[in-house]
Every structure is written in C-alpha cells, then in structure tokens.
Design a protein. Structure first.
Length: 217
C-alpha cells in the first residue's frame, strides 16, 4: 500500500483525456450524469478548495471505517489516536464544504476494497499513504491559491496533516526516526510536494466517482 503509482487508466480518468465523461465544457448537463457519479473540481480558488475537499472526503471516510471496524488487536491508545485523526479529517471536510458552499463537488463514492480493515499493517500502511499524500498535496497546491485567507487556512490544515503523518509513522515504527524520513524530506530539510495530477492519480484507486480536474492539468 505504500507505493501507489498512477496507471495510464488513472491518469486518463483524472485528466479527462479520451474518456467518455470528460469533454470540453460542462459535461454534467450534456450527458445527464448524476452528480453522485461524476464531478469537476472547477477553476481558480474554487478548484483548489474542491481538490482539497476531495482528499479530505477520502481521508474522513477511511478513518470513519477504521473506527467503525477496528483492526484485530487495536489498543486503547491506538483507538484514541485514530479517533482524533478521524475527527480532524471530518472537521477539515466540513470546513471546506462550508467554504465552498454551492461550489462544492458532491459527496464522493469511495472504494476501500484493497484495504484489509482487520489487519493493523494494512490499515496503518494505508493511513501512512494517505497522510503523506495529503501533506504533499497541500504543499504542491499552495502556489495555486490566490486568496490569502484560503492560503492561510490551507497552511493550518497541512500542519495538522503532517502531525497525523508523524503519528502514523510512529505507530508503525515506535521510537524510530521514521517520522520524517528521506522518503518525504529532502536533503535541504524541506517536505515534499506533488502536483495535483500526480496526487489525484495516486488517490484514484480509492475513489469510485469519476472526477475531472481539467483546470490543473
């Protein structure tokens, strides 16, 4: 679960190239597709916020499932930590939904069939992927935000995501230095950043809803 590389199908799905859903213009009215089955992130700050909103929906849904169906051998401390993370992700999701108002994309359908929720390694390994991806996503999207207040809010959210990432890494490797390894921190001590296309392709296997992000590709 720690190495999610975008396949050609995944890149096509997110960029909208050569798919039946994503064509120039507003495809939902043209094709009569239910908003529950397809969504376009939009442009400008709305597009960036919807991008973050999509990722927060994914994380909130994942941790909600983790708490509803705890893995075998989960401890009280682990339950408390993962519950806190779930609550944060739900709060992030709702904050972005409120900020977007009528511009928000619909609720996304998710697919966690690749995750064994009875297995600690599977759950925490997936959590590590999501948290590292979330941090890299916010870092990469900051340059696209035009409104200072939105940039400030994104900075506050990504700092929490980074705390989550450190906690998950500590659960996987207690008392180690892996909370900030060279897989996420470069030789200058700077955190990694990913462009939206790469982030969305990595998240694609877990999202059933067809999402297009033409403005960021």
């Amino acid at each position: 679960m720690s190495d999610l590389k975008p396949s050609r199908r995944h890149v096509i799905k997110w960029t909208g190239v050569a798919t039946t859903l994503a064509v120039a213009g507003s495809f939902l009215p043209n094709f009569g597709i239910s908003s529950a089955l397809a969504a376009d992130l939009g442009e400008g700050d709305v597009g960036v916020l919807n991008y973050a909103y999509a990722l927060e929906q994914l994380e909130a849904a994942f941790y909600t499932q983790v708490i509803e169906t705890p893995y075998t051998g989960i401890t009280a401390d682990e339950t408390a930590l993962l519950t806190d993370i779930r609550d944060h992700e739900v709060e992030h999701r709702e904050f972005l939904k409120t900020a977007l108002a009528d511009g928000a994309i619909p609720a996304l359908e998710v697919d966690f069939s690749a995750v064994d929720f009875t297995s600690r390694d599977s759950v925490l390994g997936t959590a590590k992927v999501f948290e590292d991806l979330g941090v890299a996503a916010y870092n990469g999207a900051g340059k696209l935000i035009e409104t200072p207040d939105y940039l400030l809010a994104a900075g506050k959210i990504v700092s929490i995501e980074a705390r989550h990432a450190a906690v998950i890494r500590d659960l996987l490797q207690p008392n180690s230095v892996a909370f900030a390894g060279d897989d996420v921190i470069d030789e200058s001590g700077l955190d990694g950043a990913m462009e939206p296309a790469a982030v969305l392709a990595a998240a694609d296997p877990f999202i059933t809803t067809d999402v297009t992000a033409k403005a960021f590709m």
